[in-house]
Design a protein around this ligand. Sequence first.
Ligand code: ATP
Length: 334
Amino acid sequence: ERIVGAAAEGDDQAVEAALRPKDLGEFIGQEKVRQQLDLVLKAARQRGATADHVLLSGAPGLGKTTLSMIIAAEMNAPIRITSGPAIQHAGDLAAILSSLQEGEILFLDEIHRMSRPAEEMLYMAMEDFRVDVIVGKGPGATAIPLDLPPFTLVGATTRAGLLPPPLRDRFGFTAHMEFYEPHELERVVRRSAGLLDVEIDTDGAAEIAGRSRGTPRIANRLLRRVRDYAQVEADGVITREVAAAALGVYEVDSRGLDRLDRAVLEALLKLFGGGPVGLSTLAVAVGEERETVEEVAEPFLVREGLLARTPRGRVATPAAWAHLGLVPPQAAGP
Ligand code: ATP
């Protein structure tokens, strides 16, 4: 479990429910997505029809679940929430689909992880609002067609590219969610602080935002840890100093790197002169598995422009030297 991990964990879910924006107006950032979605939903409402199926793609914690709930609220429709991995058999999906109400929103998280037969059933359901339920086995098996009420599928995936084209093509609208800008996360933090009844000043919010890796879920989690610190070690008010000290305790640095990220970067700079060095060697140097370095630490370091993956190995960028306050060997002089 990482305090800067983007996946929901621990008590995240309970708190997140309370912090979720309820309508598009409350949803911070993602201007383009909001504008486009607003049009899609308004048009559907005016026609008195269910909205087109919506695909939301983006990294964990950027607000896909939140947005699906907002779609339901804006359409004044009920919502059913499930996920790809929860649908093992086509029958599981048939049961869900056949119990939907007219106009209901079906949120399918991690839609790329659905089983193949379920996926094929979904194609037909999305296009024709119909499924074929197979009854019996072997030569005696028969397909019983079942009409479904019109519904709106909201699929979520970390990468739209992971979806088979026939599935991707059945969505009327695809929204790509981007990482948030610091000023947007600052608004997320201030909004959440208000809901949690915590006093915070602008600099305090900016400090938390800057360490939140572009991700509202992380911003909300860091805010809670800073709130604890402010309560126990300070006068309860979150200022820049309080936020920095609190996140120092949790080893989240000014750019949102945690201990693992810094260990990888430090090994790369101090032991290997900034690289290039192979992934395996780097992993041994920090005492971690290859996969941990590659999948847990590197994506953020690459995104931040601190590390590059090259055919010859991992290489630190000038920004990495600067961030750790070190001088690259060539520039160090005699
Ligand atoms: P996952 O894919 O891991 O389920 P997600 O993309 O569905 O993640 P959410 O659960 O929707 O992410 O959001 C995580 C938290 O971040 C929630 O508490 C939500 O309130 C907050 N959040 C997300 N986006 C926004 C936003 N635009 N404005 C304010 N809060 C947001």
